[in-house]
Structures are given as structure tokens and as C-alpha cells.
Design a protein around this ligand. Structure first.
Ligand code: SAH
Ligand code: SF4
Ligand code: F3S
Length: 472
């Protein structure tokens, strides 16, 4: 629940830096092994699946051990300074392997690659190839270039690339939940954020290719898809016939694939989330009643400096709309504390907003200045670290109380749970998630297996987990 340095709400901290491997052998194996690990948001993890798919077509197998790899890729995140530091430290660990095997190709992919470009090659000598998020189709050529003894860089951003036609292979998949990118980039220019610089302009993917991918996943046994974008509410795609689809339309299109396919999405932007989206969620039982709606700050002056384009009153109005249209819907958020010039009173307004919403869950961060952003150019990063730290602690404490309260409220309810796996703590228990995205643990029952839906009576909870038993 407390998450101080996790880059994005769309992924669980346990997956950061995880080695990602294919669940099936590749055709036309070329005898070379790819090791790929990912940092950052779910979009980066989803991109790693596109990368693995492009290289699988070239005959690359995946390995979970970088020491035996011929190609090491690290798919990076730039969102906060510590995210970048983590990658730099990791590169040091690869150095030994590279010394032992000089023919090994080391590549940096993703947002740090895009931010630092060729500078990366100067700063980190062991890196051979630097590839930005829109240039993955070029990977086979770039690897060839490195094989020929040169360093290679492609960090061109695109206005069109959505990799729509590449049906990604799944990495480390449980065969139940999958992430599907519906758009790329971001046009919002929040003053603290590097994403518009590392991911480029916003573009939406062909709706039919999204529905096809989700349908194929369902046919392959998947039970839950999460539609991904930095700002899903601004999804907008026009077909060749001139038919335009917005996010509400896409959501409906995906929900109609099958009532047994659960649909989630992330991230919603407070300025753009419409009642139409909320009404679509209400109309379909298989669209999960859970919304991630990052507030960042509860104070209107700070929101203005952040260029979030909504204020406190607007955000509250959106929360009221969710409560009205979708009673009981879970809501989570992201908070940045200690943004440039934030006063104590303004910090108090973030705390009072948290009291107003009583979020089910939150990701909470200290402001980290990012080179090149509007905030870095215009405003001084003037809140001392210890003040940022103390404010963060107050926010985290409040959130823990709210998260616990939200779980306690669910005791006595019967909830539909999608079984995902055996519980980490006990082989005798199953673990899954409720519609509202809470983790639910309950005694395993041989009649059911991961991938099945079960009705669970919630009997008690810890501070982070609901505990119950299967009924009926
Ligand atoms: N597109 C999403 C957020 C993507 S980044 C949105 O607009 O809500 C995920 C989260 O990282 C952000 O919501 C923000 O809380 C945090 N974040 C982004 N830049 C940051 C920075 N410079 N310092 C601290 N946290 C940051
Ligand atoms: Fe960054 Fe703002 Fe875009 Fe989110 S909406 S990715 S915070 S610029
Ligand atoms: Fe990080 Fe890039 Fe995602 S900066 S949060 S990996 S879009």
C-alpha cells in the first residue's frame, strides 16, 4: 500500500526488473538467447512483449539468466531520478558478463534511452545499442549493426507507430491476465513529467486491432484484459470509412467480446473522464468497478503550476459523478508531495482531499525534478528533502488508514473473485482479485482452478488483503 518509489500504478512493484521469458519455444531458432528485463509502468512491460515478439520472429529464444544471454535488453523508466539510478546500478551488474563474453550485445530500451539518446553510449561504455520506444521494429537491423562491430542508436519518435499489427507474445504470463496497449504517447505536458518527451505525441491504436487482440486472448483462455494508455479518456480513433470511436465506445466494444472476459483500464485523467465512460461501466457487469484517477495535489494553485488543467473543485465533481453513477466503485490515485513552492496549507489540502475521497489505494511520491520538463525550467525545486519526507509520511499514514477502512467495509459481502494463483503465503490457499481490484485469499477447493470465477464470502481482512471462503 505504501509505495515510495514505484514508477507507475499500472504495475506491481514485485515485477520491476523481473526477467521476462516466453512461454513457448520460438520457430526457426537462431541459437541466440535474449534476456530482457523491464522497469516502469505497464506500458513498458507491454512494450517488452512487442520487442520479444519482433525478436522471436528472428529466431531469438528468451532466457531468465542474463549470464547465458547473447543479447541483454533493459527496458527503462525515467519518471523519477531513483528509477534511472536503479537502471544504472543494474548495468554495473551486467559488466562482468560482458567482460566474459565480449560478443554479447547490451541494449538500453525505453524512456531513458529516449531521454539520453546517444549520450548513453558515452556515459555507459558497456552499452552497444540505444533504442527509443517507437523504434522497436528496427531492432533486427540495429543488432546486425552491433554484430558488425558498431554501436547503434535509433531514438526517432513517431506520430503514427502503434505496433497495431504486431500481436505481442506474452512474457511471464499466468495465462489469465493480460495488458493491451490502446494508445501511445501523451500530449498533456504536466509540468513535472518526462513522459511527453520520452514517449512522444499521443496516438490511438486501431480499434479493430485492439478488439481482435482481446478476442484472441479470450479464445486462448485469458479472463481479464487491462487496456493501457497514459490518458485512456482521450482515446480517439477514426476508421478509413470515417467512423470515429472514443474511449467509451472502445470500452463497450471490448466488453461485448464475452461477459466472462473482465475489462480493466488505466490511467484515467480527471480532466477527461466523462459521464459517458462511467455510464458504460455501469451498463456492463464485466467492466470492473475500479478507477485509477490521479489527483497529484489537492490544492488548486499547485495543480495550476503542475499544468494539470483541472482544479480541486473539478476533481471533486468527478469523484461525485463516480459515486453517483457507480456507487461502491473503488477509486485509487497518485499523489506527488513537495512540488515546487508547496506550502504547509497547500499540503493540508491534499490531506483533506484524501479525507473527502477516502481512496481504496494510492501511489505516493516525493517530487523528483526531471531535466527538460517545464517545472525544471520554470520553478525551483525548493522544498527541502526532509520536509518532502515528512509530508509524504503524513500522506502515507492517512492512506493506510483509508485503505484499511475500505477493506473493513467489505466484510460480510459476497464478491466475485477471479482466481489467479496459489497464495504466496500458503499452498493451501488461492489468491485472486475482486471486481474492485482488491486481493482476496481463501482456502483452495479442488472443484476450481486458476482462471475460474468464484463467489467468495469476505470474512475478515488484513491491512492489504481480504480473506474469505468460497460459497455455493
Ligand atoms: N499518465 C498518468 C501518470 C503517469 S506517471 C497520469 O497522468 O495520471 C505515474 C505517476 O508518477 C504520476 O501520476 C505521478 O504521480 C508520478 N510522477 C510523474 N512524474 C513525477 C516526478 N517528476 N516526480 C514524482 N512523481 C512523478
Ligand atoms: Fe505525464 Fe501528465 Fe501525461 Fe500523465 S497526463 S503521462 S502525468 S504528462
Ligand atoms: Fe516510466 Fe516511461 Fe512508463 S518514464 S512510467 S516507463 S512511460
Amino acid at each position: 500500500m505504501m509505495n515510495l518509489d514505484f514508477p507507475n500504478s499500472k504495475h506491481d512493484e514485485s515485477r520491476q526488473g523481473e526477467a521476462l521469458v516466453l512461454d513457448k519455444p520460438v520457430l526457426k531458432n537462431n541459437g541466440r538467447k535474449l534476456y530482457i528485463e523491464s522497469y516502469g509502468c505497464a506500458m513498458n512491460f507491454s512494450d517488452s512483449e512487442i520487442v520479444a515478439s519482433i525478436l522471436a520472429d528472428q529466431g531469438f529464444e528468451t532466457t531468465s539468466d542474463f549470464k547465458e544471454a547473447d543479447v541483454i535488453f533493459i527496458n527503462t523508466c525515467s519518471i523519477r531520478e531513483n528509477a534511472e539510478q536503479r537502471v544504472r546500478n543494474r548495468l554495473k551488474e551486467f559488466k562482468v558478463s560482458k567482460m566474459r563474453n565480449p560478443g554479447m550485445v547490451v541494449g538500453v530500451l525505453g524512456c531513458m534511452a529516449e531521454r539520453l539518446k546517444a549520450k548513453f553510449l558515452e556515459e555507459e561504455k558497456l552499452v552497444d545499442v540505444v533504442v527509443g520506444p517507437d523504434a522497436y521494429r528496427d531492432l533486427p537491423n540495429l543488432i546486425e549493426q552491433v554484430d558488425g562491430g558498431q554501436k547503434a542508436v535509433n531514438v526517432l519518435l513517431s506520430r503514427e507507430e502503434t505496433y497495431a499489427d504486431i500481436s505481442p507474445v506474452r512474457l511471464n504470463s499466468n495465462g489469465i491476465n493480460a495488458f493491451v496497449s490502446i494508445m501511445r504517447g501523451c500530449d498533456n505536458m504536466c509540468s513535472f513529467c518526462v513522459v511527453p518527451f520520452t514517449r512522444g505525441r499521443e496516438r490511438s491504436r486501431d480499434a479493430f486491432s485492439i478488439v481482435k487482440e482481446c478476442g484472441d486472448l479470450f479464445n486462448a483462455g485469458y479472463k481479464e484484459v487491462t487496456l493501457l494508455g497514459q490518458n485512456v479518456d482521450s482515446y480517439k480513433w477514426t476508421s478509413e470509412e470515417g467512423i470515429t470511436m472514443n474511449f467509451a465506445g472502445l470500452l463497450e466494444f471490448v466488453a461485448l467480446i464475452n461477459p466472462k472476459l473482465r475489462v480493466r483500464f488505466s490511467t484515467s485523467h480527471p480532466k477527461d473522464i466523462t459521464d459517458e465512460v462511467l455510464l458504460t461501466m455501469k451498463k456492463y457487469d464485466n467492466i470492473c468497478k475500479y478507477i485509477h484517477l490521479p489527483i497529484q495535489s489537492g490544492n488548486s494553485r499547485i495543480l495550476e503550476l503542475m499544468n494539470r488543467t483541472y482544479d480541486r473543485a473539478w476533481y471533486m465533481n468527478r469523484i461525485d459523478a463516480i459515486r453517483r453513477i457507480l456507487p461502491g466503485c473503488a477509486i485509487s490515485t497518485d499523489v506527488i508531495t513537495g512540488f515546487c513552492s508547496e506550502t504547509e496549507e497547500e499540503h493540508q489540502e491534499t490531506l483533506s482531499m484524501m479525507d473527502y475521497v477516502q481512496y481504496d489505494f494510492a501511489y505516493m511520491f516525493m517530487y523528483s525534478e526531471r531535466p527538460g520538463t517545464l517545472a525544471a525550467k520554470r520553478y525551483a525545486d525548493d522544498i527541502p528533502e526532509e520536509v518532502k519526507g515528512r509530508r509524504l509520511r503524513e500522506i502515507v499514514d492517512k492512506q493506510q488508514a483509508h485503505s484499511y477502512k475500505r477493506l473493513l467495509e467489505q466484510i460480510g459481502q459476497v464478491q466475485q473473485v477471479l482466481i489467479e494463483k496459489r497464495s504466496k503465503k500458503s499452498e493451501l490457499d488461492y489468491s485472486g482479485r475482486s471486481d474492485k481490484n482488491a486481493t482476496v485469499v481463501f482456502p483452495a477447493d479442488d472443484r476450481f482452478k486458476p482462471g475460474d470465477y468464484v463467489d467468495v464470502l469476505i470474512e475478515k481482512c488484513t491491512t492489504a488483503t481480504l480473506i474469505g471462503k468460497i460459497i455455493g
